[in-house]
Design a protein. Structure first.
Length: 228
């Protein structure tokens, strides 16, 4: 066993480990493999028909190609089969349809579409319900979207699976206190704003981004479109 980096609840450090552990807890409690639990209890009830850890063969042709962007190289297609490296971290753009298909992470790895992304976000905005299908209670959504690291970070707040704007100091420009958000590996982002009854979704296929901020600009434009 490894020693703790600090006493629990004394500091905060970002990590996928907690969410991966939650995925394993789901398997133990439900008695289902994690990928089957997600399919049966989340994707199918919400009508998310295009969300997978690994794509069926007949849907591979619909997968958008992935690109990298480096300021000195510009925009470049990531070739199929190419292993990209960032320090000790490596990844490929074809993992959704190549390889053993045996790793189902609680902390990431899904492929999806804008429509499916929207359906999940709308369920959260509706406080756990979509079209009469309730997946979460209202109080569970409230718990997930509270700031659980108060006093430990100055630049942002974290809920249970989301970044949260729990205080005006977290709003860099347009937004609302109570809004929450997150992003994906290949330059995707969403914001759910209960105060404005609004969802903003940005979908890209780029990693690394080379410091681009198109996602922030698109979400800012969504807020600027509010005219009342």
């Amino acid at each position: 066993m490894l020693a703790l980096e600090f006493e629990p609840d004394s500091k905060y450090q970002y990590s996928n480990a907690g969410i991966n552990t939650a995925g394993r807890i789901i398997e133990v409690v439900s008695g289902l493999p994690y990928e089957k639990f997600m399919d049966q209890r989340l994707f199918k009830p919400l009508g998310m028909k295009d969300t997978y850890f690994y794509l069926p063969e007949y849907k591979v042709a619909r997968l958008a190609p992935a690109y990298s962007y480096y300021p000195d190289k510009g925009l470049q297609l990531i070739p199929e089969g190419k292993i990209m490296t960032e320090g000790s971290f490596s990844y490929s753009s074809d993992y959704p349809y190549r390889g053993p298909r045996t790793y189902f992470s609680g902390g990431g790895g899904l492929c999806s579409t804008t429509e499916d992304y929207y359906r999940f976000c709308q369920m959260m905005l509706n406080k756990g319900d979509l079209n009469g299908v309730r997946l979460l209670s209202r109080k569970s959504v409230e718990l997930m979207t509270q700031n659980h690291v108060q006093g430990k970070l100055d630049d942002m707040g974290y809920g249970l699976g989301f970044g949260v704007n729990s205080d005006a100091k977290y709003l860099t420009e347009l937004g609302s206190i109570g809004g929450y958000y997150w992003g994906g590996f290949y330059y995707t982002a969403f914001v759910i704003d209960p105060k404005e009854d609004m969802i903003a979704i940005f979908m890209g296929q780029l990693h690394p981004t080379g410091g681009l901020n198109l996602d922030a600009k698109v979400i800012r434009l969504a807020y600027q479109a509010i005219t009342d």
